[in-house]
Design a protein around this ligand. Structure first.
Ligand code: NAD
Length: 489
């Protein structure tokens, strides 16, 4: 029997229907842990995007014709269905993105459901204000949906980051065309189906899979898209900003990071090293807020390095379906090559690769947890986002030195500070150029707290109430209380 008979083939999801791509082409989706083909997925075209945008535009009226509280119930039903189908979603996410299954169950899946429920609760609380500007007029604001939203999602947390965009946009009354990353589209397709099952009208949530340079580009260029919400790399983000200028689209960009995790000599070293190691090696380092620069005060540098090596040795690399696997593969052979190239660059720049540094000798795109010492702040491995399990351990002398090094990259997404001195942790937290600072912990996010950065880390904030501003426009309304309004009274 031909094995390919059992490999699922996925069409686009437009206007509530599965439709084949205009090109007739399907791309091959691999499991990065086994290098086996797990699905064929439609390669959408600019024309498919156009059809999806038109469907989303037509659905705006329908979606906003539904009572806000009812829209919240539909989102809550979607969350219920995600919960009910979570074994399937977890398995899809794990095999598609190469994530250890236990980690998806513990982190990605609950976060995706929590995000959906959180924004379901916002639908009927998106309020304007009555502003007492004058006595002879009733002046107030309402918040209207921005319209059709194009969402472009990366491959490192497909379902979680997907819902970070889908849930608030839909809660605000927007309709959407979602483009998952070409490598990891499987959970987005399923979410689109579950949304229909939850009672979401056709056309509200369209999923157009395909290449970024085709589908993503077409979304950014399309005059019918009012807003693009993008998470991905700074280079693509820059192109999106330029493309969005064509019709003055609103955009939010969640881009890269090169976060510093600063360990002072008076820190609780057990905790600092444990969180420092998971801060950089979690998800095989494919995390925008990875603490990939571990800054360590001179006095404890050697001890921290020894302990980091010990931690790296304890990381169980393995098949993603095994419950006790801690680290899986990188998402693709291309990403593996990028990471191995950076390891070479680090060695050539004169840093010492004291642990790891090699591809793991097994099937799949696995790279060992890797630790560099003797890293100078100016080196490329200290300045550029590697997006793999590579830690640069950098020395610092004192507080001022640590802040200077931490703030010395083009990124500013997140940072960590470890110290027992309450004054110091606050001083440093305030001085750090970062959208999020963790004190004596590392790496947590919560949908109730704003998330984002500045500079090469992008702009705008996701999560919390801040995200509602991304998907609404304030409108000011004047109502004259007299026959004729004159000068202000
Ligand atoms: P990427 O920029 O290569 O791709 C992101 C998305 O953009 C994908 O869906 C891709 O198909 C699409 N895309 C590619 N070319 C495009 C084009 N010309 N026009 C429109 N869309 C296009 O990023 P990636 O490799 O998927 O993800 C890794 C990057 O994402 C890292 O830089 C990481 O730091 C960043 N990231 C940031 C956050 C955050 O919250 N700040 C979270 C996760 C990842």
């Amino acid at each position: 029997m031909n094995a390919s008979i059992n490999i699922p083939k996925h069409d686009l999801l437009i206007d509530g229907k599965r439709v084949p791509p205009g090109t007739g082409n399907y791309s091959t989706i691999l499991n990065p842990a086994t290098e086996e083909v797990i699905a064929y997925v439609a390669s959408g075209s600019a024309r498919d995007v156009d059809v999806a945008v038109r469907a989303a535009r037509a659905a705006l009226k329908v979606w906003n014709g539904i009572r806000a509280a009812e829209r919240g119930m539909i989102l809550n039903r979607l969350a219920d269905l995600m919960e009910k189908n979570q074994d399937e979603l977890i398995s899809l996410e794990s095999t598609n993105a190469g994530k250890p299954i236990a980690s998806v169950r513990r982190q990605d899946m609950p976060a995706a459901i929590d995000t959906t429920r959180y924004y379901a609760g916002w639908t009927d609380k998106i309020m304007g204000q009555v502003v007492p500007a004058r006595t002879d007029a009733l002046t107030y604001t309402v918040r209207e949906p921005v319209g059709v939203v194009g969402a472009i999602v990366p491959w490192n947390f497909p379902i979680m980051i997907g819902m970070w965009k889908i849930a608030p946009a839909l809660a605000c009354g927007c309709t959407m065309v979602v483009k998952p990353a070409e490598l990891t589209p499987l959970t987005a397709i399923r979410i689109g189906e579950l949304a229909l099952e939850a009672g979401m009208p056709p056309g509200v949530l369209n999923i157009v899979t395909g290449r970024g340079s085709v589908v993503g580009d077409a979304m950014v260029a399309h005059p019918g898209v009012d807003k693009v919400t993008f998470t991905g790399s700074p280079n693509i983000g820059r192109g999106i900003m330029q493309g969005a200028a064509s019709n003055f689209k609103r955009i939010t960009l969640e881009l890269g990071g090169k976060s510093a995790n600063i360990i002072f000599k008076d820190a609780d070293l057990d905790n600092a090293v444990r969180a420092g190691a998971s801060g950089v090696f979690f998800n095989a380092g494919q995390v925008c807020s990875a603490g990939s620069r571990i800054l360590v005060q001179n006095e404890v540098y050697d001890e921290v390095v020894d302990r980091l090596i010990q931690r790296a040795k304890e990381i169980r690399i393995g098949d993603t379906v095994q419950q006790d696997t801690i680290m899986g593969p990188l998402v693709s052979s291309g990403q593996m090559k990028t990471v191995l190239d950076y390891i070479d660059i680090g060695k050539k720049e004169g840093a010492s690769c004291i642990y790891g540094g090699e591809r793991v000798d097994r099937k799949g795109f696995y790279v060992e947890p890797t630790i560099f010492t003797n890293v100078e702040h100016e080196m490329r491995i200290s300045q550029e986002e590697i997006f793999g399990p590579v830690a640069s351990v950098i020395r610092f002398k004192d507080e001022a030195d640590a802040i200077r090094i931490a703030n010395g990259t083009a990124f500013s997404l997140a940072a960590g500070v470890w110290s027992g001195d309450i004054g110091r942790v606050h001083r440093v937290a305030h001085a750090l150029k970062a959208g999020t600072v963790w004190i004596n912990t590392y790496g947590f996010t919560d949908v109730r707290l704003p998330w984002g950065g500045t500079g090469e880390s992008g702009f705008g904030r996701e999560h919390g109430e801040a995200a509602l501003e991304n998907f609404t426009e304030p409108k000011t309304i004047w109502l004259s209380l007299t026959e004729r309004l004159g000068s202000p009274r």
